[in-house]
Write a protein of this length. Structure first.
Length: 91
């Protein structure tokens, strides 16, 4: 993903789909901004958060992908969700 200095500094707690709890999980693994999330990617960020907070569900994975693509997590296609689940399983 390309770097966009105007948007990449947006704090994780202000990203689409992410609430305070999700933002805390991300902060615990060093993801504090949209730029950090872009650099890490949704799958890697989810796996990092899941290691720190095992209660994270796949909804976090979908929320992260939605934050990166600008879509509400519940509007992701089933194909996209399957691709994400497969990527997580292959890690």
């Amino acid at each position: 993903m390309s770097v966009d200095p105007l948007h990449d500094v947006v704090p994780s707690e202000e990203l689409l789909n992410l609430g305070p709890k999700s933002a805390r999980w991300l902060e615990q693994v060093g993801i504090r901004t949209l730029g950090d999330l872009k650099q890490t990617g949704a799958v890697a960020a989810y796996l990092m958060a899941k290691r720190k907070a095992p209660q994270c569900s796949l909804n976090l994975l979908y929320a992260l992908e939605g934050a990166l693509t600008g879509l509400p997590w519940n509007k992701l296609s089933e194909k996209t969700k399957q691709r994400l689940r497969t990527a997580v399983q292959n890690e």
